[in-house]
Design a binder for this molecule. Structure first.
Ligand code: ADP
Length: 477
């Protein structure tokens, strides 16, 4: 079976968050079920540098205002189709925003064009690869399913929602330029609260909707998590599936990780000490005390404002912090100010740094993920894999992947971390102090680490669920 996966970021070529990790790892996992994946990716400047002078496999004379070419690229175990459209993607900055962090003003057009190209591939533009199924990831790819529907393309399409907070909403004035028929302007098409909603359009047109954990799949049916789309989610609940993300256990393997000074496994946890020392040195931390890691976007969603407000209290209780992240300027400044107040106890690295993310997970004692909502979350999974015990808010995929160290779970030896709710100053501080209390008992703590490292974190089970869904849909088409 042939799958066209449409993703605006794919690890290791371009990554701003979990979507890239998933889009990068799922193809190999699906191949075990006989699914051959090609992934369509925009030809951002950094991606085109990898393509070189390859001959295009398809061309458009005019794709939303300029010529475009499609290149096939096999790299890092992935079969990519790269959409080279210089007028849309050859520019400085990130995939979605310019160098100053402002969204590109023409994002609606960039990702409409990307989606249009995907729909053309679904319709057979590449004789050598006609997909049996299409998986569109997030709003940037969602419009592909709407194009397919209004083209009359019968290939089944699945929308996978990595975060319902990002919906791709634009003014109704962009509608005429999308190239959809007039009837698509209605409520059953792209219309969304008086504007155009890309994600909404994809959810309407999709044969199935998946999201990245069972708990998030139920949460988004409620107004608190549905972000205005709960009505549509409920209307389509019969085709909604929550499938928890796996991780790439080869890339994230503490026993063979080129980014860390000392390899280790569950049976050689003492070898973590060298990584811990390297982490202390990297962040200028003075010895003594538990080290809590943050590897995160520093945003409201991630609860980073609440954590920033709790740092003084927690440092006062002897906790140290190693923080890697970037995000909302106010929150970033709050972390930097706390680091200046508590030199040697809080270290902050801003920006994006993949190798450092590995060292942090390999050397810190615990990783804190205090999200307000979290569709799946990957940092806690990397923490589990690296013996860096997760302390997480009880929401979404965090609740599905961490087993709370309550007395019964500790006694039974099944606990893997700490869960707390609701997210506020008091509960957050209590959860961290509870963890610190257990951390003072090395035998208990090692038990938590080992149990976490035993968790089934790979893609096996989840890839199988995707494969079953894709097979059922393809058969029914
Ligand atoms: P989200 O996609 O909402 O940002 P996830 O937990 O699903 O959150 O995925 C975050 C991914 O990004 C993880 O792979 C994490 O290690 C990585 N990450 C986040 N911030 C940074 C950073 N500053 N440097 C390196 N990796 C980061």
């Amino acid at each position: 079976m042939k799958l066209l996966s449409i993703a605006s970021e794919v690890f290791p070529l371009v990554k701003t968050g979990g979507l890239a990790d998933v889009a990068g790892a799922l193809p190999a996992a699906l191949s075990r079920y006989g699914i051959e994946t090609r992934t369509l990716l925009p030809g951002y400047r950094g991606v085109m540098a990898r393509v070189g002078k390859a001959r295009p496999v398809h061309q458009w004379a005019n794709l939303f205002g300029g010529p475009a070419r499609l290149h096939a690229l096999a790299t890092d175990g992935l079969d990519l189709l790269v959409l080279d459209a210089p007028h849309l993607f050859d520019r400085p900055g990130g995939p979605y925003a310019d160098e100053n962090g402002r969204d590109h003003a023409d994002n609606w057009m960039r990702f409409a064009a990307f989606s249009r190209a995907a729909a053309d591939i679904a319709a057979g533009a590449l004789a050598a690869f006609v997909p049996d199924i299409v998986q569109a990831h997030d709003w940037q790819a969602a419009l592909a399913l709407a194009y397919m529907k209004y083209d009359g393309c019968r290939t089944p399409g699945v929308i996978t929602i990595h975060n319902l907070a990002f919906q791709g909403q634009f003014g109704l004035d962009v509608f005429p330029a999308l190239g959809l028929p007039p009837e698509a302007a209605g409520i059953d098409g792209v219309e969304y609260y008086g504007g155009v909603g890309f994600l909404k359009a994809g959810m309407n047109a999709a044969r199935a909707i998946t999201t990245v954990s069972p708990t998030y799949a139920s949460e988004i049916r409620t107004p608190s998590f549905g972000m205005g789309l709960e009505g549509l989610v409920n209307a389509r609940a019969d085709v909604l599936h929550g499938i928890v993300n796996g991780i790439d256990t080869e890339h994230w393997n503490p026993a063979a990780d080129p980014h860390i000074p000392s390899s280790f496994s569950a049976s050689s946890l003492k070898a973590r000490a060298r990584n811990r020392a390297a982490l202390e040195e990297r962040f200028g931390l003075t010895p003594d005390g538990m080290i809590i890691a943050i590897v995160s976007r520093l945003t409201w969603q991630k609860g980073m404002d609440v954590l920033a407000g709790a740092l003084d209290t927690l440092v006062g209780a002897g906790i140290r912090f190693a923080v890697l992240g970037s995000g909302e300027p106010m929150i970033e400044s709050a972390f930097l100010a706390a680091a200046a107040r508590h030199r040697g106890r809080i270290g902050v690295a801003t920006g994006y740094n993949e190798p450092l993310a590995h060292l942090i997970q390999a050397g810190a004692d615990a990783v804190l993920v205090p999200s307000r909502f979290e569709p799946c979350g990957l940092t806690q999974l990397y923490g589990l894999r690296y013996g860096c015990v997760p302390i997480v808010a009880r929401t979404g995929g965090l609740a599905d992947t961490v087993i709370d160290a309550n007395d019964a779970a500790v006694a039974a030896g099944v606990a893997t971390g700490f869960l707390f709710s609701p997210l506020d100053h008091g509960t957050l501080v209590r959860a961290v102090l509870d963890a610190a209390r257990l951390h003072r008992d090395p035998r208990l703590w090692a038990g938590l680490q080992k149990q976490g490292m035993k968790s089934d974190l790979g893609w096996g089970r989840s890839a199988r669920r995707y494969a079953e869904l894709f097979t059922t849909l393809a058969k029914a088409a």
